[in-house]
Write a protein that binds this ligand. Sequence first.
Ligand code: SAM
Length: 249
Amino acid sequence: MSTRNDEMREIWDRSFAEQIERQAYNTAPVEALVRSVSYYLRARYGQDELSGLHFAEMGCGAGPNLVWLAEKGITVSGVDISPVALDLCRRTLDGAGYGDRVGELVEASVSDVPLPDASLDGILESCVYQHLDRADRIAAFAEIDRLTKPGGLFVGHMLEQGHTVFEQHAGEQQADDPGTLVLEEGGSNIYLTNIGLSHFFTKDEVRSLLPDWTTVDPCLLQYEIPVEEAGKRGYEHYRQSMLVVYAIK
Ligand SMILES: C[S@@+](CC[C@H](N)C(=O)[O-])C[C@H]1O[C@@H](n2cnc3c(N)ncnc32)[C@H](O)[C@@H]1O
């Protein structure tokens, strides 16, 4: 793996070790993903057909989205750069009683996934691609295309350019990668202003990254966070701006 991957593994291993110690890791599935996947499954499959499906999550973390899928009888696989996260994901799935519905939990980068071509009925992603550099981001979308069966689903959840942090720092976009900011202002790295590289997508960009898919439908989700929390982040008002991408190959 590349130096950047080594760096990401170290950051996320440290983050998950701390989250485990504080019992603070995510245990709830991401609502935007749940709604989109539910819509797709209900439109195409009967309840008794779900056990024939295989879904994977890129950057699966503690695995709450995979537990939600496994609960439906779907076989689930997870890809993550952090072995600490993968271990936690395994324990989460086993603890929920779904150990027998796990396909593979793979330590790898989302831009180079060791799973076979056209092996997945669906792929999920939430807040992972937005921290990849340009080359890895393009490779990650190419992997989605390679891994998904015809008619299969991709649902992603990523930063969009209407975000307050992007608007405030638009003048600092990387010259060779518009939409990308590299911010390290100090303080907690749960905030974008200290997480290093963040890429803010546009709808057209997402469409261009999956050029041969029959449907690519990015939905814009914007909301203001409470003023008190905005203040803690150094802003008077703070707008979250995310794309929920619903795509069918
Ligand atoms: C913000 S967390 C999201 C976890 C999960 N998707 C969720 O919704 O709970 C990002 C996850 O992506 C993983 N990750 C970050 N960069 C990655 C990369 N290049 N390849 C694979 N996994 C990566 C991290 O280890 C972490 O588990």
